[in-house]
Ligand binder design. Structure first.
Ligand SMILES: [Zn+2]
Length: 228
């Protein structure tokens, strides 16, 4: 009887041990899955900030974003509003007088601007088709403007000392997560000539890498996110 009793006790112990081991393994797996999910969420967030918009890549329709209205009345994606203010403050501390001359542009407004340019060219004697092609050289058609993302701003110096401020921004904007989107000499890649006032928010990590490696957004995405 005593001998026979010993066996179930031992069995119960090994069952308890096995259960404990299983629970630990399950906890580790859950923790790992949680970390992976967190990593994916962060990556998805990063990818949204890196959304590529150019002549071949229209603004995606399924974007989800929240906007912030800045003191100046401009609207921007809330994910870059605070850092834009920091960039503007730093720029003021450096002795400039930066102001925003463009931020979020709605699809409708972009369409109006593009159509207005087309009509101007038609009035100058171009036929409709040529006018559209010509207009697209200076105004992005609706759906193809980075300003529709709410992640781009145009900055100018209210004192009109643009050259010095342009140089300062080129050197420092990356510290706040912004990049000069259309650098000099890169129109072969971006499809757009040098635009010294147009800055695009991509987040600090990407902005730093883009600055250090001297890349455009197109080149950065191809290098770091080739599967996109
Ligand atoms: Zn712009």
């Amino acid at each position: 009887m005593v001998k026979a009793k010993g066996k179930p006790v031992k069995t119960r112990r090994s069952m308890l041990l096995a259960t404990a081991v299983l629970l630990s393994v399950a906890a580790i797996i859950l923790l790992f899955m949680g970390l992976r999910a967190g990593g994916w969420a962060a990556k998805k967030e990063n990818m949204q900030l890196l959304t590529l918009v150019n002549a071949d890549n229209p603004v995606p329709d399924d974007r989800q974003q929240e906007y912030t209205i800045l003191d100046e009345g401009w609207m921007l994606d809330e994910r870059c509003a605070a850092e834009l203010q920091q960039l503007l403050s730093a720029c003021r501390e450096a002795g400039f007088d930066p102001e925003i001359s463009e931020a979020l542009v709605t699809r409708g407004l972009q369409e109006e601007r593009f159509e207005a340019r087309v009509q101007e060219l038609v009035a100058q004697g171009l036929d409709e088709e040529s006018a559209r092609a010509e207009a697209a050289r200076t105004v992005q058609p609706a759906g193809y403007s980075e300003h529709e993302l709410g992640l781009a701003v145009d900055l100018r110096d209210a004192d009109e000392d643009d050259d010095a401020m342009v140089a300062w921004l080129e050197e420092n904007a990356w510290r706040f997560g912004f990049i000069l989107r259309y650098p000099d000499g890169k129109s072969g890649v971006t499809g757009v000539g040098y635009v010294p006032w147009h800055y695009r928010y991509v987040g600090r990590e990407a902005a730093q890498q883009i600055w250090e490696l001297g890349l455009t957004l197109e080149e950065y995405i191809e290098l770091f996110y080739p599967e996109q």
